[in-house]
Design a binder for this molecule. Structure first.
Ligand code: NAP
Length: 549
């Protein structure tokens, strides 16, 4: 409390440096749900596919390669964007990059024979890599682009071949599928600040995930506010500072921003990545990265050391002690998702950058700017909303998934999602999985690793159905409950529960149930422990957790 009060006092004076000038910009507010356009086409009946995949990001691309490897070629990927790539198709803001090592993040490096130029590659390079996979493996032929699925309905009565899902799209298409895969992405539904007035703002505004090519030039010489201080803000703000007349960083809660430590890929790493993936290559990167992070946050004393280390970085970088104090969080490292950046703290030494903190955040957006909770008003030309995503379940609210008896998945999860290993929603939703769904351990375990494990599992389910001649697979309710209860029990005691973030969805509480806590506990063995648990489960799932009929 004392720290917060002191920071608030200091920041009142910092906040006085706010430009009262608003320069006109020609562009009005842009609707959030924009879609980069593709030419219209007549509605199509896609007939029947074995697997329909909704969402065309990294998870769908990894799965597509495995389906093709397994000889399953009758599948379709429905993607609302104009191309595949998911997160990396949409997130094009300046500075956007992967905040985990690209050696561990980029799938199929060895199969493509490519190695990233640096340890942390940017969004364009990630997008290019994913599209390289798409072209190399012929995945584009399976993609239905610029097409949003509006509904997916399950029927037990799908004819002689068994149950069937029916998909309908915003282009008027229909598609019947024996198996449905929700590869929606867990950070794909943008979250606007929960305040009134955005539609009245006369300047240009963007959510970071809907940044348009050319927007940076539009920002040149303007007064800009970045709302939020999570990973997206930490990446975009320094880039905006380089072109803005004045940049206001609207901080409600500071983030712990550790060093990034980027650098070119050396020859040893290149050799290792191309030739030694399983032994000491990518997997070792993954294990080291995750375990280092886990060790940092897993005990009070290690967390104190991590806090002290980043506090030293802040104090050693930011010249104004009041600004440095305001940038220093008062909660444990890792409670909110860890940010990494080398340009964020130095940015606050620039003359044209002002930290606006200790105000309680944005309360209302006005025609000319915004009002903060402390009552101060600020005029800006451009509002950049780095306000995050409706994590995990948000994407499931953008279309209707109806299982047995027409039951909506969102109703099934109204009291909080229950999802076995982040994949199976239970017997109301047979022949359906989520990839990186709610209760996936995708918070601190590298998402690519989770996707690989989950898609391996899905392939086993599909092959089991084929070999046993069972058209239907459904998770048994006791198994879903057991997993879900165990996951929910871990979360409250973990570091993630000690502050608000997209991990626990402030305001709703309903989704405070991700299984990362399991991987975070050293006694559970970190990432390797989780992978082992998943592996063990897969070896026995045919007898217990999944019912085939
Ligand atoms: P985020 O971490 O959820 O941050 C949202 C920010 O908006 C928070 O600082 C929040 O403040 C602030 N905010 C919300 N409403 C506000 C209001 N009314 N007034 C002032 N501030 C407000 O979102 P994100 O930065 O987009 O990151 C989300 C996740 O996406 C990351 O954690 C990361 O996993 C992923 N991501 C990854 C990369 C990458 O490099 N791979 C890049 C970007 C994002 P409070 O903290 O007070 O709520």
């Amino acid at each position: 409390m004392v720290v917060r009060a002191r920071a608030r006092l200091r920041l009142r004076s910092i906040c006085l440096h706010v430009s009262p000038v608003r320069q006109a910009v020609s562009e009005g507010p842009t609707i959030l749900e924009h879609r980069d356009s593709l030419p219209g086409r007549p509605a199509k009946d896609f007939g029947e596919v074995e697997v329909a995949i909704i969402g065309g990001g990294l998870a769908a691309i990894v799965l597509a390669v495995k389906l093709l490897d397994a000889g399953i070629t009758n599948f379709a990927i429905f993607e609302k964007g104009s191309d595949l790539g998911g997160t990396w198709h949409w997130n094009r803001y300046p500075g956007c990059a992967c905040d985990v090592s690209s050696y561990a993040y980029l799938p199929y490096l060895q199969r493509l024979g490519t190695v990233p130029a640096t340890k942390f590659v940017g969004s364009p390079a990630i997008r290019a890599h994913l599209l390289n996979i798409v072209e190399t493996f012929g995945i584009r032929a399976h993609a239905v682009l610029g097409t949003k699925v509006l509904s997916a309905d399950y029927s037990d009565d799908g004819g002689a071949a068994g149950p069937l899902w029916t998909l309908r799209t915003d282009r008027g298409d229909t598609c019947a599928a024996r198996f449905l895969v929700n590869a929606l992405g867990f950070l794909s539904t943008p979250r606007l600040p929960d305040v009134a007035g955005l539609s009245s703002f006369r300047g240009m505004w963007r959510h970071t995930s809907h940044w348009q090519d050319g927007d940076l030039e539009k920002c040149r010489g303007k007064t800009i506010a970045v709302v939020g201080t999570g990973s997206s803000a930490v990446q975009i703000a320094p880039e905006l500072a380089g072109v803005a007349k004045r940049l206001l960083v609207i901080q409600r809660t500071p983030a712990w921003v550790d060093r990034r430590g980027d650098g070119p890929t050396d020859e040893t790493t290149r050799h290792r990545l191309l030739n030694d993936v399983d032994a000491m290559g990518i997997r070792q990167e993954l294990i080291d990265g995750n375990d280092l992070f886990n060790r940092k946050i897993s005990s009070d004393s290690s967390n104190q050391r991590a806090r002290a280390a980043i506090t030293r970085i802040i104090r050693g970088t930011v010249r104004d002690p009041a600004v440095a104090a305001a940038l220093t969080p008062d909660y444990p490292v890792g409670c909110k998702r860890q940010c990494v950046a080398d340009t964020y703290y130095p940015m606050f030494n620039r003359e044209n950058v002002t930290l606006v903190a200790g105000t309680g955040g944005v309360e209302e957006i006005t025609e000319t700017g915004f009002r903060l909770k402390d009552g101060s008003e600020h005029a800006v030309d451009v509002l950049v909303l780095a306000t995050g995503f409706d994590a995990f379940t948000g994407a499931f609210r953008t279309f209707d998934v109806r299982g047995r008896g027409g039951r909506l998945l969102t109703d099934e999860w109204a009291g909080g999602p229950r999802c076995l290993y982040g994949m199976h929603a239970g017997p109301t939703f047979p022949n359906m999985v989520c990839l990186l769904g709610p209760q996936s351990p995708g918070i601190i375990i590298n998402v690519t690793e989770v996707v690989h494990r989950q898609t391996d599992h899905l392939l086993e389910v599909l092959q089991h159905m084929r070999s046993k001649g069972c058209p239907r697979a459904e998770a048994v309710p006791e198994s879903v409950k057991r997993y879900s209860d165990a996951t929910n029990a871990v979360f409250p005691g973990s570091v993630f529960s000690q502050c608000n973030s997209w991990y626990n969805r402030p305001g709703s509480g309903a989704d405070a149930s991700h299984s990362s806590g399991q991987a975070q506990k050293p006694e559970e063995g970190g990432v390797e422990g989780w992978v082992g648990q998943f592996q063990d489960w897969r070896l026995q799932f045919t007898d217990g957790d999944i019912k085939y009929s």
